[in-house]
Write a protein that binds this ligand. Structure first.
Ligand code: SAM
Length: 233
């Protein structure tokens, strides 16, 4: 749970008290699912079963989208970064469900967790080690004086460009128009990325292989989200 010297996390790390069973699950399973301090140069070796690529989701919330992707892509290893312990608990419950006799085994061996701010993970990831990146409904910090807290910044985009393999996809979704414009402006002027949209249907519709996230379903703002797909050149 290390915090880098320049990283200050402004979100919530904890919500309601975890129920004893969930707390026990987190205590027992997180040490096995948490990324090791020293990461291997080939991230695919982090997983108990062979995987052909590694994808990263930043801010997975309660993990529904991550689990959905892991079940749909059994040959991919997934890293989820999220500091919110209640969300981490929900992801662990889904990942370990087969151990509790509640589900099937799909996806269980292909998920690892960074239980902290993603910005403390990014510098530790090898160059070109990630094949797809998901940033879905990041905290919008819509007040102008809070904009600088947004995850998308020149610094994180440089890190995304470094860790993403050539041709890798970077998916971003938000229902905050200001954050969508902010992200489009910054990513499209970054020399390592192109926006792949050819027409409105390419950013108005959710990706076909994705599910609505918990935040998206709640639709607190009542606005239709934008789904931006960028490609690492
Ligand atoms: C609005 S919620 C969306 C959660 C989920 N993606 C969804 O759509 O339901 C934003 C999430 O990003 C997480 N988050 C915020 N900053 C983060 C960071 N720097 N690294 C990792 N996760 C972060 C928060 O803890 C929160 O769970």
């Amino acid at each position: 749970m290390s915090q880098g010297p320049d990283v200050r996390f402004y979100g919530r790390r904890k919500g309601h008290e975890l129920k004893p069973a969930r707390q026990r699950l987190v205590t027992e399973a997180l040490p096995f699912l948490r990324l090791p301090e020293a990461l291997p140069s080939d991230l695919r070796t982090l997983f108990a079963r062979p995987v052909r690529d590694v994808w990263l989701e930043i801010g997975f919330g309660a993990g529904e989208h991550l689990i959905h992707q892991a079940r749909a892509h059994l040959d991919i290893g997934f890293i989820g970064a999220e500091p919110y312990i209640n969300g981490i608990g929900a992801l662990i419950a889904a990942v370990t469900a087969p151990l509790n006799g509640e589900g099937n085994a799909r996806g269980i061996e292909t998920v690892r967790i960074h239980d902290d701010d993603a910005r403390t993970l990014l510098p530790r990831l090898p160059d070109a080690s990630i094949g797809r990146l998901f940033v879905l409904f990041p905290d919008p910090w819509h007040k102008a004086r809070h904009n600088k807290r947004r995850l998308i910044s020149a610094e994180t985009l440089d890190e995304f460009a470094r860790i993403l393999a050539p041709g890798a996809e970077f998916r971003f979704a938000s229902d905050d128009d200001g954050y969508v414009r902010w992200t489009l402006a910054r990513v499209t002027r970054h020399p390592a990325f192109v926006w792949t949209a050819k027409g409105p249907s390419d950013w108005r519709n959710r990706w076909e292989d994705a599910i609505a996230t918990r935040y998206e379903v709640k639709n607190i703002t009542g606005r239709k989200p934008a789904y931006l797909t960028f490609r690492r050149l």
